[in-house]
Design a protein around this ligand. Sequence first.
Ligand code: 5GP
Length: 190
Amino acid sequence: MKQMEEMILAEGQVLPGDILKVGSFLNQNIDTTLLHQTGDEIARLYEGCGVSKVLTIEASGIAIAAAAGMTMGVPVLFAKKHRTSNVDGDVYAAKVHSFTHGVDYNIVVSSDYLLPTDRVLIVDDFLANGHALRGLMDLCEQAHCEMVGVAIAIEKCFTGAGDELRAQGVRIESMAMIESMSAHEIVFRS
Ligand code: 5GP
């Protein structure tokens, strides 16, 4: 998606540790025009796929998931992050390793909200090593719902995680696909 790539080139900052800082338009201060365009593009890509629910993780996935869910006219469900493993009640839970904080945490959704009849589109802001995505896919498996596909704002292709999942048959649509990045240059997959 051209607008996402242009915004990354204009405002993204590559930090040590292969972190792309996008706080000025996506992760803290949200550019609502770009958000709207992202929601529309995700809805266009998954049109006709019978998506009944958008699933994401708090916090940074929520805005993008909400934009997509609003255009598609479906509910948006976000998994909550729990630091401890003391998760009780009727929930589905999965362990995820945090790319940005380097710790493990649990992601949890209530089993009341993720149903076996759901056709789920997973949405997140970044795809790096794929831990968050695999955790969300795990929740879908536990709920016995159908995972239709994945939409990501920014994929860091150089980790190989996205392509590995595609090779396993997972449909992943990324608005910007970064092939390589350094403090001086960001190269997108064409
Ligand atoms: P993964 O689980 O795929 O390794 O990482 C995905 C999660 O880590 C995303 O939900 C996102 O919050 C965070 N993340 C991964 N890479 C970056 C990055 O370069 N910049 C920012 N801001 N967040 C990232």
